[in-house]
Design a protein around this ligand. Structure first.
Ligand SMILES: Cc1cc2nc3c(=O)[nH]c(=O)nc-3n(C[C@H](O)[C@H](O)[C@H](O)COP(=O)(O)OP(=O)(O)OC[C@H]3O[C@@H](n4cnc5c(N)ncnc54)[C@H](O)[C@@H]3O)c2cc1C
Length: 416
């Protein structure tokens, strides 16, 4: 059904998403020039680089989110997902997240920043039996499951094989997300479980399964080798060349037939297109990302823009990272204003600030263009970069407070 929409004199800008790309546009866009509507299934921005820290309670969930209604009250927000685009009529079709009610929104300019989804590569059982680490709800499910495994393993009369399985935490995928989750898990075991679960802590086992030859594929070779050394000392079992054939309720089966029982399996194997991006009739690259030109305009269209993980700039190979999405959002907020004033903006240029990853025990990696840092100094750098990148003063204060709280009192292990 067509939604009655207030008459406007300014061009209508509709933004799909509230992630790194979209939020960067929303924060900077000139609301005197555009009438802005945001449509997203998530009513807040999520600072994903610190998501692994929330799975064990180093940081609390609400410390790394910012509601879009508070960040930019002058914009209109609908808690819905876009399910289709009618280019000729300049309309999008939406579906409410709470009641599934459908509505249509007109646009003059449309920004698509719908991110990515988890790629399972059609491995059977992944969606049913493994947990993902992408949204806050995923982190909450992981935190709950960890505590459940520990409580169950502590029960009297539990058969030894079940106890052993419950205490085995397995991560599939050796990218930064999988590595950082294991690093957080290691800290949790060493610093907190010794006191709270003294009878089971010695039997907790952490395993990382990676299909290729290396973990942290995009990082410098020396930093990768350093991580392997640190993980070995932390007794994290890293198994490379171990592609997963299927995931069962209690076991992972590798392609070579090895059976790995687990209490918790986290799937962090890579990303693919979202349902929407997969079905849109736009030119796409081999990874199904929407192809845009150097002005972030979708090829063969007008007034349609895409950015972040769901897009691919023609002729460039930008990584699917927050950095890229954020810079594109910043650029697009200005570029859109130029279009609205009848001017052509300058093309988008990406500047890489390097990569960071936490590897546990107060150690991190800093893979910058000029410096390859590791250890404690890199960890201090990692923390200071993320504190400055958090999107609001409230988030910064809450995260600093959480870090302090964890240092003094440890992580919470309550199940509720
Ligand atoms: C655990 C984790 C850790 C990470 N760590 C880092 C890091 O340290 N550094 C780094 O650079 N990158 C990191 N990344 C990657 C980074 O989060 C992504 O590259 C970045 O979020 C991409 O931004 P985006 O705006 O394209 O998509 P997202 O931030 O994913 O946002 C997509 C938005 O679109 C919305 N959406 C989805 N479908 C629809 C629809 N049909 N209609 C409307 N809206 C829709 C979603 O709800 C969401 O709001 C990490 C990712 C994860 C999961």
């Amino acid at each position: 059904m067509k939604q009655p929409h207030p008459p406007v004199t300014r061009p209508r800008l509709v933004i799909l998403g509230t992630g790194f790309g979209a939020f960067s546009v929303i924060k900077r866009i000139n609301t005197r020039v555009f009438d802005i509507t945001v449509v997203s299934p998530r009513n807040h921005f999520l600072f994903t680089p610190l998501l692994p820290s929330t799975t064990v309670g180093t940081i609390e969930f609400r410390s790394i989110i910012e509601p879009v209604r508070i960040a930019r009250p002058e914009t209109r927000y609908y808690h819905a997902e876009c399910v289709g685009i009618h280019q000729r009529r300049r309309e999008i079709r939406c579906k409410g997240m709470l009641d599934g009610r459908r509505f249509v929104l007109p646009y003059d300019y449309l920004v698509i920043a719908v991110g990515s989804s988890i790629a399972t590569y059609d491995v059977p059982g992944v969606r049913q039996h493994a947990l993902f680490l992408k949204e806050l709800s995923d982190a909450r499910a992981i935190r709950q499951k960890i505590i459940e495994c520990l409580e169950q393993a502590s029960q009297p009369n539990i058969p030894p094989d079940v106890r052993k399985r419950q205490l085995h935490f397995v991560v599939v995928g050796g990218g930064p997300t999988g590595v950082e989750f294991l690093a957080e898990m290691h800290d949790f075991v060493v610093k907190d479980l010794r006191k709270s679960f003294p009878t089971v802590v010695g039997d907790v086992k952490l395993t990382l399964l990676e299909a290729t030859e290396e973990i942290l594929g995009g990082f410098d070779g020396a930093l990768r080798a350093y991580t392997r050394k640190v993980f070995k000392r932390q007794r994290i079992d890293v198994r490379t060349r171990s592609p997963v054939a299927r995931v069962g309720r209690t076991h992972i089966v590798l392609r070579d037939g090895t059976v790995i029982p687990f209490g918790l399996a986290v799937w962090s194997g890579g990303i693919g297109p979202t349902d929407l991006a997969r079905t849109l009739p736009f030119p796409r690259d081999s990874a199904s990302r929407i192809v845009v030109d150097e002005y972030l305009r979708i090829k063969e269209t007008s007034r349609l823009f895409a950015l972040g993980d769901c897009s691919s700039v023609e002729g460039k190979h930008y990584p699917a990272t927050a950095q890229v999405a954020q810079q594109q959002g910043k650029y697009l907020a200005k570029a859109l204003e130029s279009y609205a004033r009848g001017l052509l903006p300058v093309p988008f240029r990406y500047k890489s600030y390097g990569m960071l990853a936490y590897i546990g025990e107060g150690k991190a990696l800093a893979d910058l263009e000029s410096v390859k840092g590791r250890g404690f100094a890199a960890w201090v750098f990692w923390r200071s970069v993320y504190i400055t990148r958090l999107v609001s003063v409230k988030n910064k204060i809450l995260v600093l407070f959480d870090w302090m709280k964890t240092f003094i009192f440890g992580r919470d292990i309550s199940r509720f």
